[in-house]
Design a protein around this ligand. Sequence first.
Ligand SMILES: CC(C)(COP(=O)(O)OP(=O)(O)OC[C@H]1O[C@@H](n2cnc3c(N)ncnc32)[C@H](O)[C@@H]1OP(=O)(O)O)[C@@H](O)C(=O)NCCC(=O)NCCS
Length: 145
Amino acid sequence: MNITFKEVTKDNLYALSMLKVSSEQNNFVAPNTYSVAQSKFYPSWMPLGVYDDEVPVGFFMYGIDNTDKALWIIRMMIDEKFQGKGYGRHALEKLIERIKMNNNYSEVFLSFVPGNERAKKLYESVGFKDTGRIEEDEIVYRLQL
Ligand SMILES: CC(C)(COP(=O)(O)OP(=O)(O)OC[C@H]1O[C@@H](n2cnc3c(N)ncnc32)[C@H](O)[C@@H]1OP(=O)(O)O)[C@@H](O)C(=O)NCCC(=O)NCCS
């Protein structure tokens, strides 16, 4: 496994927009095309394709929240065909390293839909802690960087 991130360009937008979660997971994450469109309105949001060598396997986005000015991992998905193989964990660890190198923030936040046990377990295993906050019906976790 050789996980890398690639910025979204006109050349890989189609491949990244074809990545899908299972139908039971559709309410856990927005479609990638929507995320890329959203990023056009928030200059600090960085949408990234997750690749294993040259194969696109997922999509992440991070950036500064307009309201609280904190750093958030805004989206994270691994295509259903590639789930359960360690891609999510490796990519999340790599993203945290990237965030630490490129930003002066001391903490990063993310949120997930209650009941998304796979995501919850993954986030806790890399050190995220429950803040006790619920925002837009999602549980907010925080990682001290
Ligand atoms: C959550 C998600 C990103 C995790 O990515 P992944 O590549 O499937 O996860 P990994 O294979 O790296 O496994 C990470 C952890 O998830 C759990 N996990 C993996 N496969 C699982 C399965 N089939 N059932 C339950 N838990 C599982 C394990 O705890 C695993 O930890 P381990 O490394 O100690 O075994 C991915 O499943 C996904 O895109 N889900 C749908 C969208 C979503 O929920 N995004 C998060 C929004 S907040």
